[in-house]
Design a protein around this ligand. Structure first.
Ligand code: C2E
Ligand code: MG
Ligand code: MG
Ligand code: MG
Length: 287
């Protein structure tokens, strides 16, 4: 499945669909198809957002959720983000798509707050291209204003790849912080080999990449890396969240190490808005 893609293409005839199996050499064709479909998908709003809970590991309390975009193509079915986000990023389609996710997520979060549910911080992934778009701050301010969501209930997740231009990145992160919005470094530990840079960056949270959590209970090296991240975070006064927590063994190690927060299938898979709301309604209300 990794190197083969089942592909459906519309026939010239009405409603006719042909399926093709494309091998690696034909991957560029798949790419072109996806790119075209992506353009239509944005116009036709074929996307929705799933929300994955983030928990306080000490208390088990729900502290927030991550917005994860989902594409359900009318003929191709579900296409995973790892397949279309890179194409959206390369083509620039991530700008309208990312803006849609941000607006829709803020709108939804505000709605849940207005319904009286426990106020939660919504995390939204920002791609490199979005991060460096010249009107990012204007867009964010506009979205907060239009949706009425207070900035403290929004967090932006960026990956280490935005630090290729460190001075610029620091300036943008500072402007985001000045708006009262939290920021976190996603997939932390997989990008830069040096931790040094985080000292001079205005960020709030390190999100430890799932690859270190996966075998933390079985692999000394992974465990050592996680402990090092926790120590540095503590020294710098940063929050830490572990991503991809799947089992009790991993949780036990993380709790013992003093990791504050976690996200992963052990607690909950990403949920549709409808299911997340059901999850919320099972919690004690805000007031
Ligand atoms: P990410 O931001 O690191 O998101 C976490 C990914 O891990 C999600 O995959 C989530 O479903 C998955 N996950 C959560 N818990 C577990 C677990 O316990 N085990 C395993 N194996 N996986 C877990 P998803 O939704 O497929 O998204 C993949 C990536 O696509 C995201 O990684 C993010 O980089 C990108 N992405 C998703 N939505 C957006 C978006 O709205 N904008 C941008 N720019 N990127 C997005
Ligand atoms: Mg993320
Ligand atoms: Mg991540
Ligand atoms: Mg990732």
């Amino acid at each position: 499945r990794a190197d083969m893609a089942l592909y459906a293409v519309k026939d010239s005839g009405r409603n006719g669909i042909s399926f093709f199996r494309l091998d690696m050499e034909e991957r560029s064709l798949e790419r072109i198809l996806l790119e075209n479909e992506l353009k239509k998908a944005i116009q036709q709003e074929q996307f929705h957002i799933d929300y994955q809970p983030k928990l306080d590991l000490a208390t088990g309390e729900l502290i927030g959720m991550e917005a994860l975009v989902r594409w359900n193509h009318p003929e191709l079915g579900r296409i995973p983000p790892n397949k279309f986000i890179p194409i959206a990023e390369e083509t620039g389609l991530i700008l309208p798509l990312g803006e849609w996710v941000l607006r829709r997520g803020c709108e939804q979060n505000k709605k849940w707050q207005d319904q009286g549910y426990l106020p939660l911080k919504l995390s939204v992934n920002l791609s490199v291209r979005q991060f460096y778009q010249s009107d990012l701050l204007v867009k964010i301010k506009e979205i907060l204003q239009q949706t009425g969501l207070e900035p403290q209930w929004l967090e932006l997740e960026v990956t280490e790849s935005v630090f290729s231009d460190m001075d610029n990145a620091a300036a943008i992160l500072q402007k985001i912080r000045d708006l009262g919005i939290h920021t976190s470094i996603d997939d932390f530990g997989t990008g830069y080999s040096s931790f040094g840079y985080i000292q001079r960056l205005p960020i709030d949270t390190l999100k430890i990449d799932a690859s270190f959590i996966r075998d933390i209970h079985q692999n000394k090296e992974s465990h050592a890396i996680v402990k090092a991240i926790l120590t540095i975070a503590q020294t710098l006064g940063l929050n830490v969240i572990a991503e991809g927590v799947e089992n009790e063994e991993q949780l036990a190690v993380l709790s013992e190490d003093g990791c504050d927060q976690g996200q992963g299938f052990l607690f909950s898979k990403p949920l549709s808005g409808h299911d997340f709301e059901k999850y919320l309604s099972g919690l004690p209300a805000a007031k």
